[in-house]
Design a protein around this ligand. Sequence first.
Ligand SMILES: C[S@@+](CC[C@H](N)C(=O)[O-])C[C@H]1O[C@@H](n2cnc3c(N)ncnc32)[C@H](O)[C@@H]1O
Length: 250
Amino acid sequence: MTEEQLIKSKKRVQQHGEVFTPKKIVNLMLDQAELQENLHDLSSTFLEPSAGEGAFLTEILHRKLKVARQVSRSREEYDENTLIALSSLYGIELLEDNVELLVMNMIIMFSNEYTQVVMADFKAKVDDVMMRRVIDSAKTIIRANMVQGNALTRLNDRGEPLIFSEWQILPVKRGVRKVQRILYTFDAIIDQDEAEATVQANRPAYEEIDLFSDLFENGEAEPSKTETPLVRYVPVKLTEVYKELIEAIN
Ligand SMILES: C[S@@+](CC[C@H](N)C(=O)[O-])C[C@H]1O[C@@H](n2cnc3c(N)ncnc32)[C@H](O)[C@@H]1O
């Protein structure tokens, strides 16, 4: 969708309030001073409950990838930091065709920016194996975090509860940083702390919401007893997320 094409049809505007935000406005909104701390924190979570084609999420990703480049001192750090930044971004969108474009736009934003930097800063070649792994892992994260559904009923088109992945970064062990993916229903996340995680109609679409903060007590690595994860994946390096190895299903 170009800046000029802000609506697809009158019917869609009437039925779903589908009017896309022009890039200029997105930038003005994301330039607000109170957002800068979160935008500069790679793991600060953003959830957009009516994500459209990703006007806000792609720009937030663009800004976080810039930060990843600034703070990374090696290729390995850069690979990991880009994936940490990406895993902090979540979207819900009602219309399937918009979800497809949302996923595609996020993949394009990530792949283009990541490829450009690893080639320029780290002299990676087109057939670089790690580059392929990072992009495959990025695609897995994007497909998991961009969810088709109704943010109000918390159900998807098939009437199933919305499911989100937490990407929990584990403490570095023997120099290796791993991530564990854990699936929860959106209901469970919201019910755990209505005040902090509710998608409120009066919140601006870009507002930072710490989706998973209260699922864990005192920052412990184990979920509290009231929250049973649906699925746990095997802890893996961030660049191996694409393997999607399941550890346990409840
Ligand atoms: C005003 S548009 C904004 C899209 C995007 N945030 C932007 O700024 O370009 C609203 C979007 O929310 C979606 N939407 C409407 N009701 C929704 C709901 N209950 N849950 C999730 N998405 C919804 C529409 O399909 C549309 O893409």
